[in-house]
Ligand binder design. Sequence first.
Ligand SMILES: NC(=O)c1ccc[n+]([C@@H]2O[C@H](COP(=O)([O-])OP(=O)(O)OC[C@H]3O[C@@H](n4cnc5c(N)ncnc54)[C@H](OP(=O)(O)O)[C@@H]3O)[C@@H](O)[C@H]2O)c1
Length: 356
Amino acid sequence: MADKQACWGLLSTARINERLIPAIRASGRSELLAVASRSDERAQAYAKQWDIPHAYGTYEQMLDDPAIDVIYLSLPNHLHAEWAIKCAEAGKHVLCEKPIAITTEEVDRMAQAAEKNGVIIQEAAMMRFHPQTRYLRELVAKRIIGDVRLIRGVFTFILDNQGDIRLNPSMGGGSLWDLGSYCVSFARTVLQAEPVEVSAYQISGDSGVDLSFSAQMHFPTGTLVHFFSSFQSFAHIEADFLGTEGRIYADIPWVNHIGASASVRVTRSGDVEGTSTFSDSVEGHTTDTKRYENINAYQCEVDSIVESVLNGAEPVISLADSWNNIVTIVALHESARTGKPVRPSTRNDEFTQRRR
Ligand SMILES: NC(=O)c1ccc[n+]([C@@H]2O[C@H](COP(=O)([O-])OP(=O)(O)OC[C@H]3O[C@@H](n4cnc5c(N)ncnc54)[C@H](OP(=O)(O)O)[C@@H]3O)[C@@H](O)[C@H]2O)c1
């Protein structure tokens, strides 16, 4: 199968496609064959602009094209499940944008459709495919900073487009679905654990979606995770970890910048005697920095699903893993609504154990 190509179709003309198109073209084992839009005119114009051979004026027409193997699904959040299931029923693999769905029932139906039709449906949470995320998970697993007590994450930007899908509650809008979903996935994967209890507070906009969201998650590892997502704050991205024997700082934890260099800085206590007061605890520390230059997380994501489609490699993000992400996000929303802590009913089945 070495020469086999994965033939791709883009389901919608979404802005995010611009990150995927160069990655599909650079993958070496992919061909971008088609784009579909609700409007024939838009599909034709988009195909011309991006030099894509086929344009379809309905999504269904592209699903009927037997030449397409993989669909990149970049619809608004509330349409992910419906169209991923239609793609699966048409025998297509799906790279589905995050969040994979907005209810766990939807993820269950997606899993049934994938299994029944022998295809992969995988969530496009790009940072999960980047080597930096694997490295952070290894640092935690090897207890490089001892027991991790706290992880803090921030993912924010100013959203000033009033017509944006992110501000529409019926489309799965809000900063938690859009940005916080990365923070939840990140914490779960680096800790290799599911949260036992969550609590949250949100600032709502006129439409009712959360414009800013502050979340806490308590993990069975004894780790507290706090993250802040917002459409109302200066663009900022970072995560840090505080452990019993050191700390880790990641400057671009969600690695969503193409061509940006990301770094992970690990500071550990040396063999210092008497660290019982804050004044002598800064002595003898060591700091190591690992840099990632020009690694495109979207490229890693495309290469990974192509390997699954062509050679049967296990998907990096299983649907069971995504299910636990969604149940956690739903619990966070419930906590923000009720003002009470919520215990998410995550499933610890064998799929979750295989999470990478
Ligand atoms: N991984 C990442 O880095 C990343 C970044 C940004 C966004 N995303 C995700 O990608 C998805 C798309 O986000 P985006 O900002 O790129 O979206 P967008 O530019 O608003 O595009 C969404 C597309 O969906 C189609 N669509 C179908 N029904 C629609 C409806 N009722 N209203 C609006 N559009 C509709 C439209 O395409 P046609 O008119 O051509 O059919 C539209 O171009 C979301 O799930 C988002 O969470 C991921």
